[in-house]
Design a protein. Structure first.
Length: 295
């Protein structure tokens, strides 16, 4: 192999490895966050993650140097609201759902964004796979007593917020660059931290939980966002989307390793259907000319 080919392969492999590390970090952080639910609840974890994560992101990206044009403020505000609601609803879903199932249901948001961007016949295959996966994950006319309807609704709501996050983040990120995530996190914290603090109460004052909360903020926010910012400009958007499709499987494995959450064979097959639909939609999507992909 020539030196140029070796260099090219290395330049692609490194960002892929960074994205895999980012995904593992996010799911490990989610498992760690769920372990704190008995102490501060899902609402308290939302408050701790958003507040500590925002502080870390401000140190990394220094968004106070940004300039905000009047026409770009609304997408940025909606982006921040979507980010906060996505975190809040996702942690609420984890109260009653296994991590792998919650992430799979949440993943329907970006999957819908990917599929709605194209109207080719093959897309119906991915829609059918996604619907089949959801049918076997959700209690829709069959006995799936292990799936809590409210938890499933929260996970799907988080997915809807994720879709809005992607759409508005494309506009906000194009206007403001990497610092967008820090400002969006601040907006999310301002709106949702008071809600979480009110619901969690004095439990948030327990100093003993701060080291674990800091770990959650680093693993779920600071580390993966920073790695993605480094990796995304160096790989095609299609590669990014394909790798992201593995997120539900990584979540299920994380739940097994850290939370002792074991899925049934049917649930694993449902996860596989959703992952296949996401990978297929990403690999077969026809990119539109002169439109920058979300990073």
């Amino acid at each position: 192999m020539s030196s140029s080919a070796t260099t090219k392969a290395s330049s692609t492999l490194v960002p892929i490895c960074l994205l895999i590390i980012a995904m593992v970090s996010i799911q490990t952080g989610a498992s760690l966050a769920k372990s704190l639910f008995p102490l501060v609840g899902a609402e308290g974890i939302t408050t701790l993650r958003l507040s500590i994560g925002t502080l870390i992101l401000f140190i990394i990206f220094r968004p106070w140097r940004m300039r905000f044009a009047a026409g770009s403020r609304l997408p940025l505000f909606i982006y921040g609201l979507a980010l906060g609601a996505m975190n809040y609803l996702f942690y609420l879903s984890l109260r009653t759902l296994p991590l792998g199932i919650a992430v799979a249901l949440e993943f329907t948001g970006p999957l819908a964004v990917a599929m709605f961007s194209s109207r080719r016949p093959i897309d119906f295959l991915w829609v059918a796979l996604a619907i089949a996966g959801l049918w076997f994950l959700l209690p829709l006319g069959h006995d799936m007593g292990s799936i809590d309807p409210f938890g499933a609704a929260c996970a799907l709501g988080a997915g809807a917020c994720w879709a809005v996050y992607i759409i508005c983040g494309q506009k906000a990120g194009g206007d403001h660059g990497p610092g967008t995530v820090a400002v969006g996190s601040l907006i999310a914290a301002v709106v949702f931290c008071p809600i979480g603090a009110w619901q969690a109460g004095s439990a948030l004052l327990n100093i003993d939980i701060l080291p674990v909360a800091l770990a959650v903020a680093i693993l779920s926010t600071a580390l993966p966002y920073s790695l993605e910012i480094i990796a995304l400009p160096k790989i095609p958007a299609r590669t990014f989307g394909t790798l992201m499709s593995l997120e539900p499987a990584l979540a299920a494995l994380s739940g097994m390793l850290f939370l002792n959450e074991h899925l049934t064979t049917v649930q694993w097959l449902a996860l596989a259907a959703i992952i296949a639909a996401s990978m297929g939609a990403t690999l077969t999507i026809k990119p539109k000319p002169q439109i920058e992909n979300l990073s």
